[in-house]
Design a protein around this ligand. Structure first.
Ligand code: SF4
Length: 488
């Protein structure tokens, strides 16, 4: 028998036949909403598709091998699905047929539906903070960033209202770290004193944010698993807010047993979602060896290795410094200029510090990709309450105050129009027009020297009533086009 023929026979035994929906207990895929009611054999198939996609997304060499010789490659990588089941991923010629929905019950299509529903079915808290000042301030940040950040990225960031660092620095030291995490230097251990403070801080923030506090998470320029007591903090977080914080770690292999227990805890407490950040193919191989496809069914994998599809790093922090050294400046259009996803309070529990932050494209002023509107430290929870109240008072007025200096954001290009003016970024143009008031207001604000009171007086001199001026100014305020950055 020829070697090629022999190989084909062996492969036929190692690779399952193409997916056939009739073999599974599923009449109607609406039942995907309840994961425990899905046929475990089908879940296992979905997990194999996920594993294939992970390898496909991460590994250039794998991609070219699959295209050349799918069966051999699937056998070599131990994938327990038939290459036909995921053909639209690796065969360009088949994509148009796929889009015409010829393969209605194909495994890839069902699997995509399953993961979409899994995301939607997650028990997510309310996103808007309950405090009206914080809520309005966050809305303005969302409006501002919609005209600054790449729309694809803007669509996915949630403007989380609070997050907590439970250590100082990070042990991983990625060369591209967009938040320039310093070396790990201290840890907020779960001592009796720290646990008491932690619960008090959570209670306080729940009071300010309501259900939205449950969107918080416990890392920033830190890796959660650097803190040996991370899980205890998460359990308290769940007890106070009703939600287990999501975990993103770059060290799932540091202690696989611990990682496994954390995933179990997340499942038990109906956790939001978890992510592994994978910096190299070597780590992907280790993760795939250690954890079964079924174990990672609900874990998103983010690839940071160079060969990964769409692996371009955000132009912020250490990556920005490298880009600048190579002549890629801030002004160039970068796919992503920040990884920040918090519009709210960033705590460091080691330092007992809080910053009021919101995302922006990294630049000379904000190299880490977020604006720091305010910051302070606290010694105890009463002190913290006073600090947060002061931050709200100073930064989150719901209307312009008479002493506010009124000027346009520095990233907006102002242009006078016949009956108004327009402001634009490379993403969006705002037009304010249809009467001479807009036109005059545009000119005054563009001068950048007048307060609300000045503008109101100048307009009053021309017979414009102050409520009318206030209305126009506050339209601009709510659209997020007025400069609100702290003065350097
Ligand atoms: S990217 Fe994440 S894991 Fe890497 S150094 Fe920064 S904070 Fe640590």
């Amino acid at each position: 028998m020829q070697t090629q023929e022999l190989n084909q026979q062996v492969e036929a035994q190692l690779i399952p036949p193409p997916f056939n929906i009739k073999e599974y207990c599923i009449d109607n895929h609406a039942s995907f909403e309840k994961i425990d009611q899905i046929d475990p054999k089908l879940l296992s198939k979905f997990s194999q598709v996920k594993r294939f996609i992970e390898r496909w997304d991460a590994d250039q060499e794998f991609r070219s091998q699959v295209v050349k010789d799918p069966y051999h490659t699937f056998v070599r990588y131990g994938l327990q699905i038939n290459p036909e089941d995921v053909r639209p991923k690796w065969d360009k010629d088949c994509v148009s047929k796929w889009q015409e929905e010829i393969s209605e019950f194909s495994l890839l299509k069902l699997s995509n539906e399953f993961y979409e529903r899994l995301d939607k079915a997650t028990n997510e808290p309310e996103s808007a903070p309950s405090d009206p000042h914080i809520r309005a301030w966050r809305e303005r940040q969302i409006t501002r960033t919609a005209s600054q950040l790449n729309p694809a990225f803007h669509k996915v960031i949630q403007h989380i209202p609070v997050c907590f660092e439970l250590s100082k620095g990070c042990s991983i030291g990625c060369r591209f770290c967009a938040v320039s995490a310093p070396r790990l230097s201290d840890i907020f251990f779960y001592t009796a004193e720290n646990a008491k403070l932690w619960r008090e801080v959570l209670e306080l923030m729940k009071g300010f944010l309501g259900d939205a506090a449950g969107n918080g998470f416990c890392y920033w320029a830190t890796d959660p698993l650097d803190n040996p007591d991370y899980e205890n903090f998460c359990i308290d977080f769940h007890a106070v807010t009703g939600y287990l914080p999501q975990t993103t770690t770059a060290q799932p292999m540091k202690n696989p047993q611990r990682t496994r227990s954390l995933l179990k805890l997340s499942k038990e407490k109906n956790g939001i979602c978890n992510r592994f950040s994978i910096p190299s193919l070597k780590m992907l191989e280790q993760v795939h060896q250690e954890f079964s496809p079924e174990e990672l069914l609900g874990v998103q994998i983010e690839f940071l290795n160079d060969g990964a599809e769409g692996a371009e790093k955000a132009h912020a922090g250490r990556q920005r410094e490298q880009n600048i050294q190579q002549g890629k400046l801030d002004e160039e259009s970068h796919k992503q200029g920040t990884i920040a996803c918090v519009s709210g309070f960033l705590f460091n529990m080691v330092e007992r510090s809080v910053k009021l932050i919101s995302p922006c494209n990294a630049d000379e002023r904000w190299p880490l990709g977020y604006i720091v509107y305010d910051q302070g430290t606290f010694v105890n929870v009463d002190d913290l309450k006073t600090l947060i109240e002061r931050m709200i008072r100073d930064n989150m007025s719901r209307m312009l105050r008479s002493g506010d200096l009124i000027r346009f954001r520095r990233d907006l290009k102002y242009e006078a129009l016949i009956n108004g003016f327009q402001l634009s970024t490379h993403i969006k143009t705002f037009k304010f027009r249809h009467n001479s008031l807009w036109q005059e207001l545009g000119v005054l604000i563009h001068q950048g020297q007048h307060t609300t009171a000045d503008i109101t007086q100048l307009f009053a001199n021309k017979g414009v009533l102050s409520p009318q001026t206030s209305y126009y100014l506050n339209v601009l305020f709510e659209r997020g086009v007025l400069d609100s950055e702290p003065q350097p």
